[in-house]
Design a protein around this ligand. Structure first.
Ligand code: FAD
Ligand code: SF4
Length: 577
């Protein structure tokens, strides 16, 4: 990457500052620079260059001293929270935040596992790339049952922005014409294996309102010309993605949005620059810039711009806002509503069922497909359940035991070698992603005394599972087991991991805390992701979400960000902000 784009000190008044360089920040930078705005991206972490800095890429388990496991001393000292993420291993650990450097607190009885990727590219390097549109049903959820505030937008407001981001990012999937899971602008889907095809046929024959479809993911199953022009090529189905992918075959800031932003010559980047707070001018009622602490030297500096986009991830953004206090906003910038920090949500993960599929012993598969299957939501949509509110979608896959992941199998000697060389039974698995209700009590605040090593007040996170959540967990496990047993799967076992240590945060879909809403008295942002209080201050990451639906959220952050950038540029040109 051209080193001239990195800046440290600058007296320039930029057109725009984007805080954060992950999925949302990358999109904000792309859209704003392509619309002609001189933009500064401010990122707290180190620079990560596409290809060159994917230091774990291509490393095989046998080339790592503990076959992929991370040395306990390092885990205990630096990664005691991050190690709970399934993608954390010796070849990916450098993309996860250092828990010692980024401390936070929770009440003892309300754990929250905050998974972070603090570097250029953020968690776009680590994500699992599952990409689903939200539906009209999701944008009307709060209005329907009265939990949370009504979204100020509907599906039709965001539809063309989904098209826009999908065509650029590259989303593979199958056209299904489902209202609950609208189709994207798809690249061809990945293929189901023989057992999955059979399970799909059995499920759809038995239950007319339940479908099993291929997972939709941000992978170039077949790249379009504009992907190739960016140096991105076809996915090789190695499923090594979280180590970084030199083929650029999955969407990340580095592979997709950053090259576009850089091509405009309108982008500068300040890395190792921790945004401490937003600078506010009460005379003009505008955010004028950001105060930054240099992560390496501890020096402080300021950057200025006409419009500011906060994209520092859900809780990162809210931490900055809470820390931006002034006479006008004593409890955090743009917090006249008092809603800032509240209505934290995450998806309900870790419940489901799995079992053994008889037969198919002559069926094999090659490669490691980088996505599973999805059963779009039917609970409390086409099949009502009076015991709890909202619903969930199920994800799953069929795999041969002993055929993959054998590096983690127990054993030694001849038996061990025999077992790992021979494929075992087929296992079919279904697990849920459930919708948590937006609740005022689930919240983050600044700790009154604890600070990190740079002097930033630590976040105190309080998030509790409720009766509704537990009933949904039970129903997910029961329904998954009912489906498996109903299609002839044997030895079905249910699981609810929240009973054994799974805590909110671990779905890594944290949302809310600076929600959108129609009423400035009860919400932080309007329908354009613009703060109600300060016209040139925008928040377009997960903090803005008014409810959390049951689909993975990042595609919606991308679409909201592109939409907000378009609006902000229009407003800037009209002289309104
Ligand atoms: C293993 C894993 C699997 C996932 N799978 C999926 C999936 O399949 N589908 C899906 O939709 N989502 C998935 N996610 C979640 C997804 O990664 C996030 O939703 C997404 O990255 C959020 O984008 P963001 O830009 O808001 O935040 P991030 O990508 O986290 O980027 C935020 C950036 O802001 C920077 N920052 C924070 N604070 C400051 C500050 N004070 N000053 C300056 N910079 C700051 C951070 O360093 C970071 O680079 C997954 C996440 C992980 C870790
Ligand atoms: S599966 Fe595809 S996107 Fe993932 S690392 Fe392999 S080539 Fe890259």
């Amino acid at each position: 990457m051209d080193k001239n784009i990195y800046i440290v000190k600058s007296k320039e008044i930029f057109d725009a500052i984007v805080v954060g360089s992950g999925i949302s920040g990358g999109w904000a930078a792309k859209e704003l620079t392509e619309k002609g705005l001189k933009t500064l991206m401010v990122e707290r972490g180190r620079p990560v260059e596409h290809r060159k800095d994917y230091v774990g890429e291509g490393i095989k388990p046998w080339q790592m001293p503990f076959r992929g496991k991370v040395e306990s001393a390092i885990v205990d000292e630096q990664h005691y929270v991050q190690q709970k993420c399934y993608a954390f291993n010796d070849a990916t650990k450098h993309f996860f935040g250092n828990d010692k450097d980024y401390p936070y607190s929770t009440p003892k009885d309300k754990p929250f596992d905050w998974i972070r990727g603090n570097q250029l590219g953020g968690k776009s390097l680590l994500w699992h790339r599952q990409s689903y549109r939200w539906s009209e049903h999701d944008f009307t959820a709060n209005a329907r049952d009265g939990h949370g505030v009504d979204w100020p937008i509907r599906y039709k407001d965001i539809e063309k922005w989904y098209d826009h981001v999908e065509l650029h990012a590259g989303i593979s999937g199958s056209v299904e014409n489902l209202d609950i899971l609208p189709d994207s602008k798809f690249l061809p889907p990945f293929e189901m294996n023989a057992v999955e095809k059979e399970m799909k046929a059995r499920i759809e024959k038995k239950w007319k309102t339940r479908k099993l479809i291929m997972g939709r993911c941000a992978h170039l199953s077949v790249p379009a010309p504009h992907h190739i022009a960016q140096g991105r090529i076809q996915c090789q189905t190695r499923n090594e993605c979280q180590k970084g992918c030199s083929f650029g075959a999955y969407f990340s800031t580095q592979s997709s949005t950053l090259p576009s932003a850089l091509a405009t010559n309108n982008l500068s980047i300040a890395t190792n620059s921790i945004v401490h707070s937003v600078i506010y001018d009460p005379k003009t009622n505008r955010a004028t810039g950001v105060r930054v602490i240099d992560a390496e030297t501890m020096e402080t500096r300021e950057y200025f711009a006409k419009v500011i986009f906060l994209c520092a991830s859900t809780l990162g953004t809210t931490q900055i806002m809470l820390n931006s206090v002034s006479e006008s906003f004593p409890t955090g910038i743009a917090n006249s509503s008092g809603a800032l920090g509240h209505y934290l949500m995450d998806h309900l993960y870790g419940a489901g069922a799995s079992g053994r599929v008889e037969g198919f012993t002559d069926e094999y598969y090659s490669g490691r497909r980088p996505t599973g299957l999805v059963m779009p939501r039917f609970t409390n949509y086409t099949e009502m359940n009076p015991n709890f509110l909202r619903g969930y979608q199920l994800t799953g896959s069929a795999q041969r035991q002993g055929w993959d992941n054998f590096t983690q199998a127990d054993g030694f000697g001849a038996d061990y070698k025999h077992n790992i060389r021979n494929a075992g039974s087929w296992i079919f698995n279904l697990g849920g992603s459930g919708e948590m209700l937006p609740r005022y009590e689930n919240q983050v605040s600044l700790h009154p005394t604890l600070k990190d090593k740079w002097g930033m007040p630590q976040l105190h996170i309080e998030c509790e599972l409720t009766e509704n959540d537990w009933k949904m967990f039970e129903n997910i496990a029961d329904t998954a087991a009912e489906i498996l047993e109903g299609i002839g799967v044997k030895d079905v076992k249910k699981r609810i991991e929240a009973k054994n240590g799974w805590a909110p945060g671990l779905a890594i879909h944290e949302m809310g805390t600076a929600r959108m809403g129609k009423d400035p008295k009860t919400s932080v942002l309007n329908g354009w992701n613009q703060t109600h209080d300060i016209p040139n201050l925008f928040v377009t990451d997960g903090a803005s979400m008014s409810s959390c639906a049951s689909q993975n959220p990042s595609l919606t952050y991308m679409a909201l960000t592109a939409r907000a950038a378009d609006y902000a540029v229009q407003q800037l040109k009209l002289g309104k902000i």
